[in-house]
Every structure is written in C-alpha cells, then in structure tokens.
Design a binder for this molecule. Structure first.
Ligand code: NDP
Length: 256
C-alpha cells in the first residue's frame, strides 16, 4: 500500500470522524501525516492508534486562526519536510432558522467552515506554488449543492467551499497545484450522532435518515477517506477544481 509513499500531508480536524479515517488511510498508503486538531488529547490518542511517531504528528490547531494553521504547517515541515497534501476537513454543523439565528451563530459557522478552509490553503499554497506541485482536498458536503430548511447557514458556507476550491484550482493550475473537493452525504460520525440525539426522538430521526438513502445505509468515514487518498495521490493528476460526491447516490434521487 504505497499510493502516497514519500508524501507529507496535513489534515485538519483529524482527531476523529472523517478526518481520523483520512489520516489513517494516508498512513496506510505510506504518507507522513500531521493531525492538525483543536482537541490535542484526542489528536494524540488518534495519532498513537494509526501509526508510529516517525510517521504521525499531532499539533494543536484552531483552523479559525490563521497563525495557528501556519504554525501546524511549520511544525509539519520541520519534522517531515515540504507539504504535498492538505486536507481541509475540520467543520462544524450550525443549523439555525435564518431569522432567529444570532450573529454569533453566523460567525462561528463561517469561521470554521469557510475561513478555516481558506486559512489552510493560504498556509500551504506559497510552498506548493514555489515547488510546482501539491494537492489540496477540501471536505465540502452535499449541502454545497442542496438545501434542507432549518440548516442555515451551514450550506451557505459549504457552497463557499466549492467556490473557493474552483477559484484556487484555476488560480494555481499552471503551477500543477490541484485543488479539489469531496462532498459527503450522510456519514456516520459524532456529528451525525449528535444531530440525531438533538431530535425529539433520536431513533426515529436516525430511521428517517436511513429511509432517505438509495443504498439503505449511511456512509462510513473510510468511504470518504478512500476518495481523499485518490485525489491526494498521483492517480488523479488531471483532476482539478472539481468535486466528487460520496453519498451513495442520495443527491441524484428525485424521490422514491
Ligand atoms: P466530527 O465532528 O466528527 O469531527 C470534526 C473534527 O474537527 C473534530 O475532531 C473537531 O474537534 C474538529 N474541529 C472542529 N473545529 C475545529 C477547529 N476550529 N480547528 C480544528 N479542528 C476543529 O465531524 P465529521 O467527521 O462528521 O466531519 C468532518 C467534515 O466533513 C466537516 O467539514 C463536515 O462538515 C463534513 N461533512 C460531514 C458529513 C457527515 O455526515 N458526517 C456530511 C458532509 C460533510 P473538536 O471535537 O475539538 O471540536
């Protein structure tokens, strides 16, 4: 398993969920990986589980702070060398009614879900552009294309992630820096469990989610990770400014 052999990758929000699955898959494929995560205890625990200290490093990182992301990139470079791959995975759900949402809800959502992605890109792009190689993978969402009422402003920020992906992909295409996105549908992580648990009847809410799925199951983080490996690897050299949907067909379905 050497599809990412010799590559150095930074993955934000990699302590658990989709980010942890991506980190684990990258290590399996031969990459040296930095887990840039808010919760450093969680990141260290995940790092110890997925690989040895000579291949995996946990760095406390808040993606809302550009200096914090820059620090993670500097630590990654100091330990492993120049960054080949960045996965902007950290994200939060902020699901509100537009007119009762507070200013803080709006800012919190954009700070993580859009500014956080830009902060990551800005930290690695100068080096990638200078070296004339690099792959950035932004974790968007099917909320980047579709709207569910009551989920404002998360889809607004996630639409922005696609815009950012396309703009930067075009801007640096001539330097062989590829910027792509993955749009997961329902994937079973703490994020989805938290959402079900907030509903009046969690079991019913989970069943309602299942009933929406053409494949009659919810996706697993590893299924997103496999796509991230592909986009990060040299198997996708001409895929740029693009988005791959990983949702079991859900967003293609009109209705049952
Ligand atoms: P989780 O909540 O399970 O994991 C997200 C991770 O990001 C957590 O470890 C969290 O740390 C970390 N994080 C949050 N804020 C920051 C921050 N400011 N700086 C650094 N790290 C941070 O989420 P998922 O794995 O489910 O989601 C990962 C990505 O996938 C997100 O971008 C999400 O929007 C997207 N996505 C998820 C879907 C799903 O169904 N699960 C569907 C579509 C998209 P902490 O716990 O300390 O906050």
């Amino acid at each position: 398993m050497t599809r990412l052999a010799g590559k150095v990758a930074v993955i934000t929000g990699a302590g658990r969920g989709i980010g942890a699955a991506i980190a684990s898959a990258f290590v399996r494929e031969g990459a040296a990986v930095v887990l840039a995560e808010l919760d450093i205890a969680l990141a260290r625990e995940t790092a110890a589980r997925i690989g040895s200290a000579d291949k995996v490093l946990a760095v406390q990182t808040d993606v809302t702070q550009s200096a914090s992301v820059q620090n993670a990139v500097s630590e990654a470079e100091a330990k492993f060398g120049p960054i080949d791959v960045l996965v902007n995975n950290a994200g939060i759900n902020v699901f509100c009614d537009p007119l009762t949402m507070t200013d803080d809800d709006w800012r919190r959502c954009f700070a993580v879900d859009l500014d956080g992605v830009w902060n990551g890109c800005r930290a690695v792009l100068p080096g990638m552009v200078e070296r004339g190689r690099g792959s950035i993978v932004n974790i968007a969402s099917t909320h980047s294309f579709k709207i569910i009422p009551g989920c404002f402003p998360y889809p607004v920020a996630k639409h922005g992630v696609i815009g950012l992906t396309r703009a930067l992909g075009i801007e640096y295409a001539g330097r062989q820096v590829r910027v792509n996105a993955i749009a997961p549908g329902y994937i079973e992580t703490k994020l989805t469990h938290d959402w079900w648990n907030e509903q009046a009847d969690p079991a019913k809410a989970k069943q309602a989610t299942l009933d929406l799925q053409p494949m009659k199951r919810i996706g697993q983080p590893e299924e997103v990770a496999m796509t991230a490996v592909f986009l990060a690897s040299d198997e996708a050299p001409f895929i740029n400014a693009s988005c791959i949907t990983v949702d079991g067909g859900r967003s293609a379905l009109y209705h049952d």
